[in-house]
Design a protein around this ligand. Structure first.
Ligand SMILES: Cc1ncc(COP(=O)(O)O)c(C=O)c1O
Length: 366
């Protein structure tokens, strides 16, 4: 049985590797593995979220809510927007991207993504028959090449994905640039991915009140510590949100995810601490890694940083393998379009783990 032509021709997405996989492959103790590969919150989830999950567990024989009103209100409060400007996704921000594609993409449409950036946009949108057009990040200046966005626009462009801070470069895009692109292209949806905005302390969410062609993607997988519960959300004008609600999977958010999400947003102290510790770890890692001459470390406004490894004598996959043998998981960025085979990305960790990582990478490079 042959699959649809698009599926037949597609490559699978390459996600970061899990502790279980690495423990098994290299015969390591799972608990001693340091995971710097997937930009998660290394300090664990909010204790209030864990408590709420325990309480909710006896109700999992019941379907979850479909309207999610209480959580919508909590997200609207956290984001300072109206309730009707919020949509929630139960497979994380990735579900939000999927629903965006289902709502707005017709076969043959084009979307623009500057490379390198988050690869899942392309992976999802192609499934709906859309074609990627690549703009670029200027890696020498470590900023978006804005002209390359304007140059990529055609009358078939339906969406432009702009990730800020960008994964994997860690760079922000200036609000004026985002507003300018939206202003000049009212027929194109400008999708601003703010998965990591808390670490940059910058948001563009106020633009949704000025432009009805701006969509903000957010996630609970990063600073909010719920990657394993798969919760994302989107912010946009009420019209966009209403269209998306028509086709969003009705019960995609489980009861446990709902309880965890609600109680994380209500745990302001946890959120504040997670941001503070994340920024401290980032500074520490940046300073220590910058002392290693053979590494080209990019400053970051996020919870990860991009590192060029060309001068180490290793390719990214060779270096990732050497680190893995010693229990460290980093992201080999070879599968990111727009990067060659000499880039890795590392996430923030607890300070103890950061120190151990620095020790081990020095050992591997010496
Ligand atoms: C830029 C960006 N957007 C979206 C996502 C997806 O997040 P989620 O875990 O909510 O699906 C990620 C995950 O790493 C990401 O890096």
């Amino acid at each position: 049985m042959k699959a649809r032509k698009i599926v037949d021709e597609m490559d699978s997405y390459v996600p970061g590797r899990s502790q279980d996989e690495i423990a098994e492959e290299f015969n390591l103790n799972k608990d001693e593995i340091i995971k710097l590969g997937s930009n998660e919150n290394p300090w664990g989830p909010s204790p209030k979220a864990m408590e709420a999950i325990k309480k909710e567990i006896s109700s999992i024989n019941r379907y979850p809510e479909s309207q999610l009103k209480e959580l919508v209100a909590e997200i609207a409060k956290y984001s300072s927007v109206e309730d009707n400007q919020v949509i929630i996704g139960g497979d994380g921000a990735d579900e939000i991207i999927d629903v965006l594609a289902k709502t707005f993409i017709d076969e043959g449409d084009e979307f623009i993504v500057p490379l390198p950036s988050y690869m899942y946009y392309e992976y999802l949108l192609q499934q709906y028959g859309a074609h990627p057009v690549y703009a670029k990040w200027d890696l020498d200046k470590n900023e978006l090449d804005v002209e390359s966005i304007f140059d990529s626009i055609t009358d078939r462009t339906k969406m432009i994905f702009l990730c800020s801070p960008n994964n994997p470069t860690g760079t922000l895009i200036e609000k004026e640039v985002l507003a300018d692109i939206a202003e000049k292209n009212p027929e194109i949806l400008i999708v601003i991915d703010e998965a990591y905005f808390e670490y940059s302390e910058v948001t563009n969410k106020d633009l949704i009140n000025e432009y009805d062609n701006i969509f903000i993607i957010r996630t609970m997988s990063k600073v909010l510590g719920l990657a394993g519960m798969r919760i994302g959300y989107g912010l946009a004008c009420a019209e966009i949100i209403e269209y998306m609600h028509r086709i969003k999977p009705v019960f995609s958010l489980t009861r446990l995810s709902f309880a965890a999400a609600l109680n994380t947003f209500r745990d302001e102290e946890y959120i504040k601490e997670s941001i503070k510790k994340g920024i401290e770890s980032r500074q520490y890692l940046y300073e220590e890694l910058s002392k290693i001459d053979s590494l080209n470390v990019f400053p970051s406004k996020s919870n990860f940083m991009l590192i060029g490894v060309k001068d180490t004598g290793f390719t990214a996959s060779e270096l990732a393998l050497e680190l893995m043998k010693k229990g460290i998981i980093v992201r080999d960025c070879t599968s990111f379009k727009g990067l060659d085979e000499y880039w890795i990305r590392i996430s923030i960790c607890t300070l103890d783990e950061d120190k151990k990582f620095i020790e081990i990478i020095k050992e591997v490079l010496s």
